[in-house]
Ligand binder design. Structure first.
Ligand code: NDP
Length: 249
């Protein structure tokens, strides 16, 4: 049987890399979407590093904030794999933190665009082929900060919370056609996104996590592979929280 094709946006990032590798281990043909400000050499270097570790992962350029760029990314996936996307992991995301009273429109808009508009752009391109095929897995990466709100992150909390509404609505529309749509909501995971938080703030956050540590990208990736599996066809419109007990809803 030919392998299912998985596209992971932000696939060369901290959590994205772990997702790509875990999906390869699970038997998927994996393509990592990247942006890197258009630095294609950086993506090729990443691909070479994965190859050295025994992971064959294709890379496809696409700015998730831009509809045309997303369409070009999907075309690249088709050229590379000869097929359409079976599993889409909408993982690309950014933060632009700041107190709301000082937040600029740019800070708001960039975060909404990268974290939420991206869901529209990418999912819109894969949904019809999935409907035709009668199979699909859409897995959207949200955040604990969507569930509880976070000081200094009105933009990010709003964008990530929007993902939950999108997920549940789309899940209902496509449930009868073999397509599941779910969110995974990580807590604090040690990646470049968290590493850029000031050391003393990191320590403060860590002290509030019942498990007593930050999570690892692999702990998120395992959940993605579980949801992506053929046998997870009864899980849809769900959210899987992976946060060390930081928020229990
Ligand atoms: P990273 O910063 O390591 O990765 C983010 C990825 O998103 C990068 O690969 C980046 O690509 C990509 N990206 C950003 N903007 C764009 C764009 N316009 N077009 C295409 N790709 C883009 O962070 P994480 O791995 O930690 O984050 C992954 C996801 O998990 C995000 O959605 C994040 O919000 C979420 N999350 C993370 C948590 C954490 O604690 N780390 C907690 C909760 C949620 P490039 O570098 O090539 O531009």
């Amino acid at each position: 049987m030919t392998k299912r094709v998985a596209l992971v946006t932000g696939g060369t990032g901290g959590i994205g890399t772990a997702i790509c590798r875990t999906l390869v281990d699970a038997g998927f043909r994996v393509v990592a979407g990247y942006n890197s400000g258009g630095n294609h050499d950086k993506a090729k270097e990443w691909q070479e590093e994965q190859r050295k570790d025994g992971y064959e992962i294709d890379v496809a350029y696409g700015d998730v904030t831009n509809a045309e760029s997303c369409a070009a990314c999907i075309e690249t996936v088709k050229e590379l794999t000869g097929g359409s996307v079976d599993v889409l992991v909408n993982n690309a995301g950014i933060t632009r933190d700041g107190m709301f009273k000082k937040m600029s429109w740019e800070q708001w808009n960039e975060v909404l665009s990268a974290n939420l508009d991206s869901m529209f752009h990418m999912t819109r391109l894969v949904i019809n082929p999935m409907l035709e095929k009668g199979f699909g897995r859409i897995i959207n990466i949200s955040s604990v900060n969507a569930q509880k709100g976070q000081f200094g992150q009105c933009n990010y909390s709003a964008a990530k919370a929007g993902i939950h509404g999108f997920t549940k609505a789309l899940a209902q529309e496509v449930a009868a056609k073999g397509i599941t749509v779910n969110t995974v909501s990580p807590g604090y995971i040690m990646t470049p996104m968290v590493a850029k938080i000031a050391e003393e703030v990191q320590q403060k956050i860590c002290s509030t996590i019942p498990v007593g540590r930050f999570g690892t990208p692999e702990e998120i990736a395992r959940a993605i592979a579980f949801i992506a599996d053929e046998s997870s066809s009864y899980i849809t419109g769900s959210d899987l929280s992976i946060n060390g007990g930081l928020h229990m809803s």
